[in-house]
Structure formats: C-alpha cells, structure tokens
Design a protein around this ligand. Structure first.
Ligand SMILES: *Cc1c(COP(=O)(O)O)cnc(C)c1O
Length: 432
C-alpha cells in the first residue's frame, strides 16, 4: 500500500506540531508505524493522501454514527454557514437542541452546550462540587473523561484518601481530590466513600466503559452506584460522551434503566463538529451561571454550525429508530465473524459487545475491569492492526479502544472486513 504522501506529511507535521498530531492516539505510538493522513471520507470509507481507501472503524472516535459526509448534515452546515459561523448571542438552534434532548432523554431537565467532551466533564464536576459543597470525586481506573486535570489522576500509595498525578503538570493539590475505584467493583467504591466520610461530591463513570476496550457494567453495578450516591448525597455523573445516542438514542441510562443526576455528552451530539454538553436534574443545573453561582462559559459554546450539524444528526436518529436495530445486527455479525476466526486459529481472546461498541481482548476472559483489560496481548493487537490496515480496514490504533461502527457499513463491507480479519489472523498464525 502506497504511503509516500502520508509519510512526507508526517515528517512536516513533526517539525511544527508536537508528535505531528493534535491528539496523541493518532500518532500510532501504541501500534508502531507511520500514521495515515486522511484527505476525505464518505459513508463508511476513509480516503488517505495517497489515494488508499479504508473501511472506517473509528468513525472519528464516535461521532460518525451515520457515516461520513451525510448529505443532510453537510447541507445543514453549509446553509447555516451562509448566515455566519458564530454570533456570541443566543440562537433558535440552541433552544431546539436543548428541547430535543430534554424532551427525549430521561432525567435531563436542563442542558448546557460546551465545545468538547473534556469541557463537559470538567464543568459537570465543578457543578457537582458547587451543588454539594464537597470536594472529592471518585472515578474509575480505565475510564476516560477527557484531559481535565482532575481526571489525570491515578491511584497512588494512600489511594484510599488521595490520588497522584498521572501526568506532569497536574498538581498534588488537584490530585488529592480525585480517588480511583475499580470498575465493576462496588466494594471498592464503598471503601472510598467510607474513608472520606462526608467529602465525596461526585462519582463519575462511563456507564459502558469504552476507553479500555468495551467493558459493560456487571449486573447491578450501576444500580448499586445509584443507591450509594443517594445514601451519601453524592452527585452521580454518567459520562455518556461515547455511549450517548450510540447504545440507544437515550444512551446507557435507558439501556440499563438507571438515571444519573448529571450526564455528559460529546462526539455524536456534534456530528463531527466540536461539541460537548452536560445536563441533568433541574436543581443541579440551576446552580450554573447565570442562574446559579457556579461559573462556566464559552465564546463559541452553542456554535451555530455545531448546533445545525448536531440537531440534524439527532433528529435523524430520533426519527429512524431502525438505525439502532441495523447497527445491532451489523455489529453482531462482525463480532461473531471475528470470534469464529479467532476460535478457529486457537487464539486466546475475550469479546465484549454492547450494541455497536465492540471490544476484543487478546487474553483469557471475562474482561470486566482495567486490570483485566491490561492483560490483553498488545503485540498481537499491533500485528492485527497493521494486517487489517494493509488490507484496507482502519481499526482504532490502540488496544484499549473499542471499535466504532457506523450504520453506513454495508453487508459487503462487513464481508470484506471479516475476510481481511481471516487473512490477517492466518498470516500471523503462520509466522508464529
Ligand atoms: C472522548 C471522550 C471524552 C473526551 O471528549 P473530547 O471531546 O475528546 O474532549 C470524555 N469522556 C468519554 C467517555 C470519551 O469517550
């Protein structure tokens, strides 16, 4: 596969952009090799700067649920842009967006638009702290909530009462207010709550973890978190930046029948434009400025292009519930096909799937926590990634990312993908 142009661009990029990329995973560091530079995309396909075509399993890391360059979304953006790209004053589109979400998703009385998932989670914990007048938050090992300082914290020694920065530049002061629990282990959460009696403002989690592969909540986990939060006056935050409008139009809250106090969104809600949002219970959301004392603002928040794209996307999803059935069928076919191939070649693996989120782990199952996910054979993953890439299938370039399917995938695309997988696994098995 020709990659001269991508390579040349990567050379240029590395001189002027840290690592040549604007977000680390794009650099292919965890799989090796040189990243592919994308020129354009349409439906289920990416086209790179060398003219190669790939079946896309990243979908821009989530937003492209309906495939790339959806004509309705492109039209909405184009038409809106003709009336200017930003005003810094309220618009009808923002009202329509908020009305659509609050009227269709349980537990969201009010919602505030921001510009990314990171901003949404940062703002949500600030509001939770302001509302409860408490300081600490509990998050889970292996969950990702963007790059806000409060989330770049890992469990250190004395993990029961404080965390430690996982990135230079994050202060000890910030770290002392973030605690790390084990995903799917309610006792680890209870211990933290007990050890920090009255100072837990929020528990935040991905209701289906999607940033350590795909790990669904075990039976009762979300319900137990709900009960524990109620008992201790803790704000329960579901970070649905990935799962929102993907696992169901109403997100994981609907799938698992648990309503959070606050929910954060991103990705699909902006249809590929930079958007995030946080919303939830009226009494908590009214704590946000200008109604309440908790400050949060944004020059480009509720941007008209982003709202036009997002609103078009959400309306399309809401009016075509078949999308979710189609995605379920396609995803099941892919997961089953890959499973069969791996079994046939005697490769140890464990597969998790929730709707169109698929996580393949190359280790013994079940995989229910970050410790489990970490046992995946990363070297094998890299080989599979490159085997698929050279056969025209673009998987997420990290062993800890779920595949993101789009409904633009045709049955032929799925067939091609499964054949590429079969060939890749065969090639790897022969070499070993
Ligand atoms: C992607 C993601 C974020 C961060 O969103 P950005 O728009 O990249 O800032 C936060 N939470 C979850 C669950 C995500 O998947």
């Amino acid at each position: 596969m020709e990659n001269t142009n991508s390579k040349a661009l990567f050379e240029r990029a590395q001189k002027v952009i840290p690592g040549g990329v604007n977000s680390p995973v794009r650099a292919f560091n965890s799989v090796g090799g040189s990243p592919v530079f994308i020129k354009r995309a349409e439906g289920a396909y990416l086209f790179d700067e060398d003219g190669n075509k790939y079946i896309d399993f990243i979908g821009s890391w989530g937003p492209m649920l309906l495939g790339h360059a959806d004509p309705d979304i492109v039209d909405a953006v184009r038409e809106t842009a003709l009336g200017s790209t930003s005003f810094g004053a309220p618009t009808k589109l923002e009202v329509e967006m908020a009305e659509l979400i609050t009227s269709s998703v349980q537990g969201i009385d009010k919602i505030r638009m921001v510009n990314s998932g990171t901003e949404a989670t940062m703002s949500a914990i600030r509001v939770a702290r302001g509302f409860t007048d408490k300081n600490k938050i509990i998050k889970f090992k292996g969950c990702y909530h963007g790059h806000g300082d409060s989330f770049l914290i890992e469990a250190g020694s004395g993990a029961l009462t404080m965390g430690q920065p996982s990135s230079p530049g994050v202060t000890e002061g910030t770290a002392k207010d973030t605690l790390n629990a084990d995903y799917n282990d309610i006792n680890s959460v209870k211990e933290l709550v007990e050890a920090n009696s009255d100072d837990i403002a929020a528990i935040i989690l991905e209701p289906v973890a999607g940033n350590m592969g795909c790990i669904p909540p075990v039976n009762g986990f979300l319900q137990d978190l709900r009960a524990l939060s109620d008992e201790h006056n803790i704000v329960l935050i579901f970070d649905e930046v990935m799962t929102g409008f993907r696992v169901d139009f109403e997100g994981a809250q609907k799938v698992y029948g648990v309503t959070a106090d606050l929910v954060t969104y991103g990705k699909i809600i902006g249809a590929g434009l930079p958007v995030g949002a946080y919303g939830g219970k009226k009494e908590i959301m009214e704590y946000v400025a200008p109604t309440g004392p908790v400050y949060q603002a944004g020059t480009l928040s509720g941007n008209p292009l982003a709202m036009a794209a997002g609103l078009t996307m959400l309306n399309k999803l809401k009016n075509n519930p078949d999308v979710y059935e189609d995605l379920e069928r396609k995803s099941a076919r892919i997961a089953e096909g890959m499973t069969k191939t791996l079994e046939a070649h005697g490769i140890t693996f464990s597969a998790n799937r929730v709707g169109s989120m698929i996580g393949l782990f190359y280790c013994e199952g079940p995989v229910t926590s970050f410790a489990d996910a970490n046992r995946t054979d990363k070297e094998l993953f890299s080989k599979i990634f490159h085997g698929m890439l050279k056969r025209g299938v673009y998987l997420p370039p990290s062993p800890f990312e779920a595949f993101f399917l789009s409904n633009a995938l045709s049955d032929d695309d799925i067939e091609l993908t499964l054949n590429a997988f079969e060939e890749t696994i065969e090639e790897i098995s022969i070499k070993n």
